[in-house]
Design a protein around this ligand. Structure first.
Ligand SMILES: [Zn+2]
Length: 309
């Protein structure tokens, strides 16, 4: 079997202001890094509204659609999130790709999948955009796995350097999803304390100290995350793959290296191999130093490919 790679030109039509870290160049850097890799390349489809509405109310969908500018102006949705005329299609394709990746992996049509789209999703809350995000792509994918594929245990692991506050909000009351977020603390958005554990104790937040490195991360994941996931035995593992814990990233202060992303990907694949026939769906979140992002995504996807064969 193969590793599916979901992309779409719509990701290049979501425009942010000059100098904004969440920029079109991120996707171009990733596409260049993956250009020579033998992957099952697929177009990201639009998510059906019925699928989006499992996580967001109609009012949020309406707000997004009603905010689309007709010309080349940019609309500021919140302090960090901007909308251009191509943003809504890009957001719907980012969510749709995550859903399609779940379908492909559950059908055995791909061993695992990586979704290389933007905007990212893990900061979008039920009824608000936040932190460059419009729709909760990973939470939408997890709900789809439950409702369309009849799963009862889905794990979502978020290793982006920022807390996955949106995913936490969307899955707060969902007992069938185990959500784990590791993130630098203190750091924006400020949530993600250990005491935030979900309505059913199904959420685990792991704050990592500023300036901590990959050795610290590895020790924490070995001691806490992997045993918990093995015990949980998910039927599907979804990853919120942000690469901004890299030491070169300009938005945060952890000191992971490209090798740490390889190690973490391998160990997460170990968990998936042991519990769910290797079914992994990984979705791009952050990562803002273009060289570090490209190298980290390349090692992440090449690891998925090696493990999916
Ligand atoms: Zn981030």
């Amino acid at each position: 079997m193969t590793t599916a790679l979901y992309t779409h030109p719509a990701s290049l039509a979501h425009v942010t202001p000059e100098g904004h870290p969440e920029q079109i160049a991120r996707i171009r850097a990733i596409e260049a890094a993956l250009a020579d890799m033998d992957l099952d390349r697929r177009d990201a489809p639009m998510a059906a509204d019925s699928i989006v509405l499992r996580c967001h109310p109609q009012s949020h969908v309406d707000t997004l659609r009603n905010s689309v500018p007709e010309d080349d102006r940019l609309v500021q949705m919140d302090p960090d999130t901007w909308m251009s005329k191509g943003s809504v299609e890009a957001a719907w394709r980012a969510a749709g790709a995550a859903v399609a990746a779940v379908d492909a992996v559950m059908a055995g049509d791909a061993a695992n999948a990586f979704v290389a789209t933007r905007p990212p999703g893990h900061h979008a809350e039920t009824e608000k955009t936040m932190g460059f995000c419009f729709l909760g792509n990973v939470a939408i994918a997890a709900k789809h796995a439950l409702e369309a594929h009849g799963l009862s245990r889905v794990a979502v692991v978020d290793f982006d350097v920022h807390h996955g506050n949106g995913t936490q909000d969307l899955l707060w009351d969902e007992p069938r999803v185990r959500f784990v977020s590791s993130h630098q603390m203190p750091l924006w958005p400020g949530s993600g304390e250990r005491s935030e554990s979900g309505a059913h104790g199904q959420i685990t937040n792991i704050p990592l100290p500023t300036a901590s490195d990959g050795a610290h991360m590895r020790a924490v994941y070995e001691a806490e995350v992997f045993p918990m996931l093995m015990d949980y035995a998910p039927e599907l593992l979804i990853i919120s793959a942000g690469f901004d814990a890299h030491r070169d990233d300009p938005l945060a202060g952890l000191n992971w290296t490209t090798k740490d992303f390889r190690w973490l990907t391998e160990r997460l694949c170990d968990v998936a191999d042991a519990t769910c026939s290797g079914r992994v769906v990984s979705c791009l979140e952050g990562g803002y130093d273009l060289d570090a992002l490209a190298a980290s995504v390349a090692t992440h996807v090449s690891t998925l490919k090696e493990r999916g064969q």
